[in-house]
Unconditional design. Structure first.
Length: 332
């Protein structure tokens, strides 16, 4: 049995989590969902980056008193590290406990929520699509990541909003994107000009409370939370157009190749900084009474370091690179 938590990732730098594949313009493309073309971080890549980050807290293991660890000391015992991520192969072969070798925290793929796109009326818009957001909201409810009635109501408001947007974007006179401010005159987002604007007081919002909608968007769509109207900086594209953007419009950067015998430059696709993704973890919670307190405090240590530090993606011999922050967005 697992209890689930949801997190939002914000990329602080251009980030490359490689797929091992190439395209017509890039020697190395980022990981993408094979069905939608939306960017993702595979669960194994995400777990690896977080595991490498947590490894930095392994220090002078035997000198750290167990009680200090449970009180949240800076040290991380090997047993806690192995509990979260699973033991190495040698230790796993000797494991006789009732708990699984793969670790007691399960990681899900991180999926795209918004991507920054350059615009003529402001520096950028946070671009997304109904499919991208609806999948995120559905997972929050389906896995019981959100338990407060008020927050469940906010999710239902957002789901109704994006359902209405889907109908509007798929209508006979459909546009490429919708924004929610007064920028629409001569607005160009990247090279897309066929957009419309909806604002407070518009007939489109008659079935929804605009202020409640803005509050819900700030709660669930802003990576670090926001007191501003995040809705005014979002551009909703149709699913088809957004998929095309993710397939062909992401930045490609040239990098020096330091490997002997290779060409000096190679080109890699990146997820631009200020992109937002979401992912979930599942924490094993079927413990004996004797173990429960220790495991719960170990999970608390892990969660604290996960959400209060900058985390490097890739590094060392890896071709991946980037710096991200992670914010907990809901959990049982």
């Amino acid at each position: 049995m697992f209890k689930y938590k949801n997190y939002l990732i914000e990329t602080l730098t251009d980030t490359h989590v490689g797929s091992g594949e190439s395209s017509a313009v890039a020697d190395s493309t980022i990981q993408k969902d094979p069905v939608t073309n939306f960017p993702i971080f595979r669960d194994s890549s995400l777990k690896g980056a977080i595991k490498d980050h947590m490894r930095t807290y392994l220090n002078d293991l035997e000198a750290i008193d167990q009680n200090q660890l449970l009180q949240g000391s800076k040290g991380l015992k090997r047993s806690t590290f192995d509990m979260v991520f699973g033991p190495d192969a040698k230790t796993a072969a000797e494991n006789t406990s009732q708990y699984p070798n793969e670790g007691l925290v399960r990681f899900f793929d991180a999926r795209i929520l918004t991507i920054p796109l350059r615009a003529s009326k402001r520096v950028f818009y946070n671009a997304t699509s109904p499919l991208s957001v609806m999948e995120y909201l559905d997972f929050l409810l389906r896995f019981n990541c959100i338990t407060k009635d008020e927050e469940k109501k906010q999710i239902e408001i957002l789901k109704q909003f994006f359902t209405n947007l889907t109908s509007l974007l798929n209508s006979d006179n459909a546009k490429d994107f919708i924004v929610f401010n007064i920028d629409i005159n001569n607005l160009i987002i990247e090279e897309f000009e066929n957009g419309i604007s909806k604002s407070k007081g518009d007939e489109f919002f008659q079935e929804l409370d605009y202020d409640e909608l803005c509050s819900a968007a700030n709660r669930f769509l802003a990576p670090q939370g926001s007191d501003n109207n995040i809705l005014s900086s979002i551009a909703i594209f149709s699913d088809e157009v957004f998929s095309g953007i993710c397939e062909a419009w992401l930045p490609v950067k040239a990098r020096n190749c330091v490997e002997k015998g290779k060409e000096n430059l190679f080109y890699e696709e990146v997820l631009p900084r200020r992109s937002v993704l979401w992912f979930m973890t599942g924490e094993f919670c079927h413990f004996s009474n004797d173990d429960k307190q220790w495991f719960e405090k170990g999970f608390a240590f892990f969660n604290n370091k996960l959400t209060n530090n900058l985390i490097q993606v890739g590094g060392n011999a890896s071709t991946g690179h980037g710096v991200i922050t992670i914010k907990e967005n809901g959990g049982m």
